[in-house]
Design a protein around this ligand. Structure first.
Ligand code: XMP
Length: 513
């Protein structure tokens, strides 16, 4: 897409946020890792460059460098943090290494009028810093435009060449007016804020039609989650009856899940070819007696692929396989950082093998999750699907500690339905990332009426998170917890104890298995 923003990623943990904030301001942005030859960058025909922050020190040998060819391309550039230091170093300025660095909030004062500060007023802004090195002397042609108490050069610019640099991070939540600062830069760059999800939808529909031609048939595995539901909506709009959706009911879904997905998608897209495969007996048969979480994942993953292949075979002529891959996965797959250590084999479950005889089609691969939701709303996907909490591919199997059997599943389904219903009634669904019940393997003594009981324990897990990488336990109101406890113990036979999980991730994980 010509005229968009290209972000060169020097490894900052916030790089994705730059793209999201830029898009939120109406400008399309994409990310490429640092260190590529110049061709791939300029080949995207960007209208402006943003150089991200990064963990390295620009003064150390082997630190990721800025290719001078990028400077010679005469594009407007914004350097953020490490990006600023690279600009200073490459254009003839001077950097120094600090013993302590500066981390956290700081007050930015404007020391010169700048288009970058347009409409921001004159009072100092709270900004967020995270750097070891600092710019000591700005390159020739540059002026200092901002400072903090401890940092004389917090912003510098050469407006003639449209090169701007800031030491703080405009992309993080704790920087005041950060989105406006990014927007101001893109305005200076002469870009039009024309990125809209509605225009994306139109273009995506056209692109799908072009890729599939007049006769191509597409197969989509529906998981019941947001991404595959929105991919289905987009594909249905583009190719109607040539889309075939397969939803495998593995017997490990939540209460009412099959009906919910079927009704919501069926209502939004009458005539949608939605095949629900009732495979619960196969999955439960293979899981019988299996206690190890990773073995559960493997069994479920293999069974899923087997059933999916079988369904594809039954359908006859299929040319394309659609997947709801999102932009963060695309970025991760090209990241110079490489894969992170495996804690749980998430990506093997529900993932499809590479050797299926179809061409892949990934209509959401340029979007972030919030954009997928906006696109879904634009396409008429009901809120009940768009705002569903993430649900793991292996389903309830990894929320039953120990072996999965029908009785435990029935208990967990009922308890989980109560958790979700009460959270909805309290209006807290969108405030938590996930909330669910877990069936523990231990039994405990209780008293019911005048009799001793020896029953199962259920844990309630509710967490806040932005990306599931880290999470905190949700501070649910005590009266809600009280209601949950009393309803679960009264309404779910076999349960005589309810506990609330107050573990953060790390060191815990969100799921218990
Ligand atoms: P953890 O438990 O690792 O979970 O903190 C992080 C996020 O991933 C989901 N999750 C899974 N998703 N297959 C999936 O598709 C899996 O095997 C799996 N395990 C965990 C979890 O629900 C949370 O959103």
């Amino acid at each position: 897409m010509a005229g968009h923003v290209l972000i060169v990623d020097y490894g900052s943990q916030f790089t994705q946020l730059i793209a999201r904030k830029t898009r939120a301001a109406g400008y399309y942005a994409e990310i490429l890792p640092a260190g590529l030859p110049v061709g791939p960058y300029l080949g995207r025909r960007p209208g402006a460059l943003i150089l991200s922050g990064g963990p390295a020190s620009a003064l150390e040998s082997g630190a990721p460098a800025l290719d001078p060819a990028l400077l010679e391309a005469n594009l407007p550039i914004l350097g953020i943090c490490y990006g600023m230091q690279l600009l200073a170093l490459n254009l003839g300025g001077k950097l120094t290494q600090e013993a302590a660095g500066e981390y956290g909030p700081a007050e930015l004062s404007f020391t010169a009028d700048s288009l970058l500060w347009r409409d921001l007023g004159s009072r100092p802004l709270q900004v967020w810093m995270s750097h070891g090195d600092r710019v000591e002397a700005v390159p020739e042609g540059f002026a200092v435009s901002g400072r903090t108490r401890d940092l004389p050069v917090a912003a510098m610019e050469d407006p003639g060449r449209k090169i701007y640099a800031i030491q703080f991070h405009p992309e993080v939540h704790h920087t005041e007016r950060g989105e406006d600062i990014l927007g101001n830069f893109l305005g200076i760059a002469g870009l039009e804020p024309s990125w809209r999800i509605s225009s994306f939808a139109l273009e995506a529909v056209e692109a799908i039609r072009e890729k599939t031609g007049p006769d191509g048939h597409v197969l989509l595995a529906l998981s019941g989650g947001v991404d595959s539901a929105v991919a289905a909506a987009l594909l249905a709009k583009a190719i109607g009856p040539r889309l075939h959706c397969v939803f495998v009911d593995n017997g490990l879904l939540r209460q009412g899940e099959v009906e919910e997905v079927r009704d919501a998608l069926g209502a939004a897209y009458p005539g949608l070819d939605l095949r629900i495969v009732d495979a619960g007996a196969i999955f439960l048969g293979r899981l019988a007696g299996v206690e190890d979480p990773e073995q559960k994942r493997r069994i479920i993953g293999h069974a899923f692929i087997e059933i999916f292949r079988e369904e594809a075979g039954k359908l006859g002529q299929i040319d394309f396989l659609a997947q709801g891959t999102l932009y963060p996965d695309v970025i991760e797959s090209i990241s110079p950082k490489g894969p992170s250590a495996m804690i749980k084999s998430h990506h093997n479950v529900g993932g499809l093998p590479r050797d299926l005889p179809f061409t892949l089609i990934e209509p959401l691969r340029d979007l972030f999750k919030d954009e997928v939701r906006a696109l879904g709303a634009e396409l008429g996907v009901p809120d009940s699907l768009l705002w569903r909490h993430p649900f793991p591919g292996p389903g309830l199997a990894i929320r039953i500690i120990g072996a999965v059997e029908p009785e435990g599943l029935a208990i967990l389904r009922k308890a989980d339905a109560i958790v979700r219903e009460e959270l909805g009634l309290a209006g807290l669904e969108r405030d938590v990332w996930q909330a669910f019940a877990v069936l523990l393997s231990s039994k405990s003594v209780g008293v019911m009426g005048d009799d001793r009981s020896y029953g199962r324990a259920v844990a309630i897990r509710a967490v806040t998170s932005v990306d599931a990488m880290t999470s905190d336990w949700a501070r649910l109101p005590h009266d809600l917890l009280a209601r949950l406890s009393s309803r679960i113990m009264n309404e779910v036979p076999g349960v005589n104890r309810v506990v609330y999980d107050i573990s953060t991730k790390p060191p815990s994980t969100i799921e218990w298995e």
